[in-house]
Design a protein around this ligand. Structure first.
Ligand SMILES: [Cu+2]
Length: 416
């Protein structure tokens, strides 16, 4: 009698434990479901914003549901047998071998399910890989730890989009709406991976290889992404954004990028900044059209100063609104919200306004100019330059005074 009572008590405890465990499991899945529904999840693969991402979404949803149902059935069966047939000191049941009918059924069902997944998967892969129908080309180069975009002045880029000189930018990829853009993705150093979740899947950027990736956005706006291949110390600071503009706004963006350089007015703070820039920055960073006092053009030579051989082009720095691998905003939080939360009708105008003096995020840009490696670790320790043949890794701390930083910022504010 006592034994029976004990047993009943035990099994009630077990049942309670099971109920608690299943409550916890339900809470976790409800939470992750809610998290996936969050509206302001900028890197949500479940919210596609272009035809390539939609193709992936159309595939991943049914696969996810099928896998989910199979998963639930398997876990339920395992849980049931674990409880039902747990060791209670009972006799070991009679051992048998082989049940051909059952085995064939249990082989055929998974084969059918896997075929049902494999056929649409292969179809989607081929559709996504198609690049013969692209309408413009942008070269994308991964660097430790930022992305360079280079719009070549060739083919449809010139004829259709008026890109008569190469445009070189960083951080933000700017593309026209409803246009199939061919990205030619490569790397200068290690393997990175290009991923804007709302627009397409990932594509590795591999030194010495060019991988093709088609991008297309259906609505003006900003779409966030990040490097998804561990690429060294500041991998977490290697982000990127794709900016989709209406065709009319895109034409304005191109025209602005190609505008001739205008030197700051003599005697202004920005003019002092320009002189400092020439002295301190122009050896690594290109500003198209900037000239020495004697009129000779200045061409940067990052390969002579940097391990990576490249630094971001600063010609139109203030037309983008993030910097240093899109890890920090050039806009203050209010001004940033104004752009990010704009309706697709207002977005283009707000983005094209660039960064004004009032909207500039002084704090992060100043910290960067004071001591970049302190913000984004890059082994820029000058005492270690012996191991790199005297070359820097990333932007070094230049020991600028606060007055010099003021002037340089005044100069940079005119780069738009
Ligand atoms: Cu990377």
């Amino acid at each position: 009698m006592k034994k029976m009572i004990n047993q009943v008590g035990e099994s009630m405890k077990t049942a309670r434990r099971w109920r608690n465990a299943s409550k916890a499991a339900m809470a976790v899945s409800a939470l992750s479901f809610l998290a996936s529904c969050a509206k302001d999840a900028p890197q949500d693969t479940w919210q596609p914003a272009g035809p390539n991402a939609e193709m992936i979404d159309n595939l991943q949803r049914p696969v996810f549901y099928v896998a989910g149902i199979v998963g639930v059935i398997v876990f339920a069966a395992v849980a049931w047998s674990v409880v039902r047939y747990r060791d209670r000191g009972q006799e070991i049941p009679e051992q048998t071998h082989g049940k051909p009918a059952l085995e064939i059924v249990l082989t055929v069902i998974p084969v059918l399910i896997l075929l049902g997944v494999a056929i649409p998967t292969a179809g989607t892969i081929f559709k996504l890989a198609k690049t013969s129908d692209t309408e413009m080309t942008i070269n994308v180069t991964g660097q430790q730890w930022w992305w360079e975009y280079d719009y070549p002045a060739a083919g449809p880029n010139v004829e259709e989009y008026g890109i008569t000189e190469p445009i070189v930018t960083s951080g933000q990829l700017v593309i026209p709406e409803d246009t199939k853009v061919l990205l030619r993705v490569t790397s200068r150093d290690v393997i990175h991976s290009y991923w804007i979740p709302k627009l397409n899947g990932k594509k590795d950027s591999v030194p010495g290889r060019v991988h093709l990736l088609r991008m297309e956005g259906s609505e003006p706006g900003i779409y966030a992404g990040q490097c998804t291949e561990f690429c060294g110390l500041s991998h977490a600071y290697m982000r990127m954004e794709a900016v989709v503009l209406s065709r009319a706004d895109y034409d304005k963006w191109v025209a602005n990028q190609l505008e001739e350089y205008t030197a700051p007015e003599a005697g202004t703070e920005a003019a002092i900044g320009e002189a400092l820039y020439i002295q301190q920055c122009s050896r690594c960073h290109q500003v198209n059209g900037i000239a020495n006092p004697d009129g000779s053009l200045i061409i940067s030579a990052p390969d002579q100063y940097l391990v990576s051989g490249a630094a971001p082009n600063l010609t139109n720095l203030m037309t983008r609104n993030t910097f240093a691998g899109a890890s920090w905003d050039l806009l203050t939080p209010e001004c940033r919200d104004n752009v990010w939360n704009a309706s697709s009708a207002d977005f283009g105008e707000r983005y094209l306004a660039g960064v004004s003096a009032d909207c500039l995020n002084q704090k992060d840009l100043r910290e960067w100019l004071r001591n970049a490696p302190a913000k984004k670790p890059m082994y820029a320790d000058p005492t270690k330059l012996t191991t790199t043949g005297g070359l820097y890794r990333g932007m070094p701390a230049l020991g600028l005074t606060e007055d010099q930083i003021n002037s340089i910022i005044a100069y940079l504010l005119e780069r738009k």
